[in-house]
Design a protein around this ligand. Structure first.
Ligand code: ZN
Length: 182
């Protein structure tokens, strides 16, 4: 039986705190929460399930958003219509990044932010992230474009940062010649 997860709102303290490193291999409780997160995010991106369970569409989440003070992120990336790729990373770190910055043309959203916040969020166009799988094996992922943005958004959550912290208050929108918008 599927039961949607409850997302923690940005007003709660855990959303603004620095999360603890997870000990590896992960406990059964965290593994179960990862499975539930994958299911939740997958269903949220399929219209009929999103409606049936009344869940807000989302691509990814970080554990503080489900009330867990630990450095774990889960991404369910729809790389092709109806096809999903999952990324689970424990204690992730960016080890290198491009100089080039990009931003989503439409701005970013967040499952913990229940309001529209307008503005471009500058992100690295390409990043290399290392971390661990739930069993404690080291993994390295190179992400670019949209997937790189998702990783940076989720990694920020582990240090209490929200996407709108990166928006320039005086000039929230970049011009095409100032930033590559995707
Ligand atoms: Zn978020």
């Amino acid at each position: 039986m599927f039961k949607p997860l409850t997302m923690v709102d940005e007003k709660k303290k855990i959303i603004r705190s620095t999360c603890k490193e997870a000990s590896l291999p992960l406990s059964k409780r965290y593994r179960d929460l990862i499975d539930q997160s994958i299911k939740h995010l997958t269903y949220s991106q399929i219209d009929k399930y999103a409606e049936k369970y009344d869940i807000r569409p989302g691509t990814a989440l970080a554990f503080p958003q489900i009330g867990e003070d630990v450095r774990i992120i889960v991404i369910v990336y729809e790389y092709e219509e109806g096809k999903f790729e999952n990324y689970v990373m424990v204690n992730p770190k960016v080890i290198s990044h491009s100089e080039e910055m990009i931003a989503l043309e439409t701005g970013e959203g967040c499952l913990s932010v229940n309001r529209e916040v307008e503005g471009h969020v500058p992100r690295y166009a390409r990043i290399t992230v290392t971390g661990y799988d739930p069993d404690g094996n080291k993994i390295t992922i190179r992400a670019r474009e949209y997937l790189a943005i998702i990783f940076q958004h989720e990694l920020d959550h582990l240090d209490g940062t929200l996407f709108y912290d990166h928006i320039n208050k005086d000039k929230p929108f970049y011009l095409e010649n100032e930033m590559r918008l995707i």
